[in-house]
Design a binder for this molecule. Structure first.
Ligand code: HEM
Length: 510
């Protein structure tokens, strides 16, 4: 007996909004009991700027979750508390490794209720943190969206979140298309599968157009230095000043350190859904493709192990969304169906088009990561190299906390020594294809094209461009004005923290 094809409504997934909530996020909690939370988050950028957030939160009473009724209220509470928590940890001269009970006690309850970890996940930052400007207009239109909460109050930060919101909304109809295609494949209805996949491909292409709008209003330097540090989690953060993670104080005195990844779009269920429906397999970084018969999933059989990092990210998705992905994985049959119908030309073209569009989305995403993380990190490193020891000997602020490879080493001699060690490590990385981060992203992109049925399409998609991001105006140049050769892209000064095998990533874990 085959398991039933999942029904969106069973997982709280909206046919029109997808993983965004069907009921729009609340702009504030209705019960005035929570006015203090609302007031803090409404003034978060100012409280962080004036370095008064911690004092205010330390004086905040522990509020009960008893006044939260509907799910929308729980979601609003989660977003408020997550913003407060990350602002508290990162909004000072050095990171705080303790969160007070005024945040942790309600945050732990709310997280448990919503089945999310008690940190600022993609759900807290994007899925449950937007409002339409005009109620009668669609939310897949960036010109109709605004954020509810930000750390910095900058348009760059809002835009960073809103591009994802618009993509989630535009991608929402693809989910039903994918499920309909799975059901049709069971019925051997190639015409319906072809129709669904054709529209699927067009919609994914729309998402790439939206993704590329990131460049319009999110400045890479602001992103790297001002926004990204607040998204950081507490896992693998020794270099940034949290060697053990963060203690969630609850007043019991028996608390231990906790470690969580930070917020990242890698926690979006949408892209993982595409992979699952299309039968795209992700291997651990560095692992080459084996024999296809060993790797391809078959309906009713347990799926092959997935890439650790992407699987880990499922734990940061709202529980029902992660369960949905698991259940879809158990019934995914499109790749197998297409392979069994290789003589059905329109079907094969539609399937390959889906893979090609998804691969292209990942390709454009790599150009974004290059411009927003790799290039600024090189600039920071170049600056820190040219700095005199006196200048380096300064307090650890938020931005340096998240970009100093040497962590809280205030001693200039120690910094110089560490710099030499890092240089040595980085030179060892040369010729290996760049850092683990870029290797991971490129491998994920290349794996997307692998299941293509048409020989020419597969060959076309596996072509290796000599220059990464070639032809992309925004891919960026190095300081010397030279383009970024694929093999030389390295995240200088960050190497060793972007090691996916150690469960460390660029945004989430950095
Ligand atoms: C300035 C914008 C962005 C930057 C700098 C960025 C950076 C990153 C980084 C560093 C990773 C590696 C994993 C991690 O540590 O989090 C990643 C992964 C990922 N990002 Fe982004 N990202 C951006 C925007 C987006 C958007 C808008 C999407 C929406 C689709 C997205 C989707 C993903 C996905 C799906 C992954 C997992 C890898 C994969 O499946 O290919 N990113 N991103």
């Amino acid at each position: 007996m085959l398991p039933p094809v999942p029904v969106l409504a069973d997982y709280g997934i909206s046919p029109t909004h997808g993983f965004l909530p069907e009921v729009l996020p609340l702009t504030r909690l209705p019960d005035p009991y929570y006015n203090k939370w609302e007031a803090i988050v409404a003034n978060l950028p100012a409280l962080i700027l004036s370095k008064r957030l911690r004092g205010v939160v330390d004086r905040l009473p522990v509020l009960s979750t008893i006044g939260l009724e509907h799910d929308a209220e729980w979601r609003r509470a989660y977003s408020l508390l997550s913003f407060m928590a990350h602002g508290y940890i990162w909004g000072g001269d050095s990171p705080s490794d303790r969160l007070p009970p005024s945040i942790t006690v309600p945050l732990l309850k709310v997280s448990q209720h919503l089945e999310v970890p008690p940190v600022a996940t993609y759900a807290a930052l994007c899925l449950w943190n937007f409002k339409p400007l005009f109620m009668d207009e669609d939310i897949d239109n960036l010109e109709n969206l605004a954020t509810l909460n930000t750390f910095t109050g900058s348009i760059d930060e809002s835009w960073f979140y809103l591009v994802s919101v618009a993509m989630e909304a535009r991608g929402a109809p693809i989910m039903q298309l994918g499920l309909t295609a799975i059901a049709a494949a069971r019925q051997n209805d190639a015409a319906t599968v072809t129709r669904c996949l054709g529209t699927f491909a067009e919609r994914v292409d729309d998402l790439t157009t939206l993704l590329q709008r990131m460049h319009e209003s999110c400045d890479p330097t602001i992103f790297y230095n001002r926004i990204r540090p607040f998204l950081a989690g507490s896992k693998n953060m020794a270099e940034a000043g949290l060697p053990n993670g963060v203690v969630y104080e609850d007043g019991s005195g028996t608390e231990t350190y906790r470690q969580y990844a930070g917020g990242s779009n890698a926690q979006s269920s949408l892209i993982q859904f595409f992979d699952i429906v299309l039968g795209v397999e992700h291997r651990p970084t560095g692992e080459k493709r084996g024999r296809p018969d060993q790797q391809e999933p078959r309906e009713g059989r347990p799926p092959a192990p997935k890439h650790n990092f992407l699987m880990e990210m499922r734990r940061y998705m709202p529980g029902p969304h992660a369960r949905f992905l698991g259940d879809v994985q158990a019934v995914a049959n499109i790749r197998e169906f297409v392979e069994a119908n290789r003589d059905h030309r329109p079907l094969c073209i539609a399937y390959d088009a889906c893979l090609s569009m998804l691969r292209n989305l990942r390709d454009k995403h790599i150009a974004i990561v290059t411009r927003y993380i790799v290039v600024p990190s090189r600039e920071v490193r170049a600056r820190s190299r040219s700095r005199s020891p006196e200048v380096v000997r300064r307090k650890l602020d938020l931005a340096t906390a998240s970009r100093q490879p040497q962590g809280i080493a205030y001693d200039a001699r120690g910094i110089a020594q560490k710099q030499q060690q890092d240089d040595k490590k980085n030179s060892n990385l040369k010729g290996t294809g760049g850092t683990a981060l870029m290797s991971f992203l490129k491998q994920a992109r290349d794996e997307t094209g692998e299941p293509a049925v048409d020989e020419w399409t597969r060959r076309f998609m596996s072509r290796q461009g000599r220059i990464e991001g070639q032809g992309d105006f925004f891919a960026g140049k190095t300081e010397g004005g030279v383009g970024l050769p694929t093999e030389e892209v390295e995240v200088a000064g960050l190497a060793g923290t972007w090691t996916i095998d150690d469960d460390v990533g660029g945004i989430c874990n950095y």
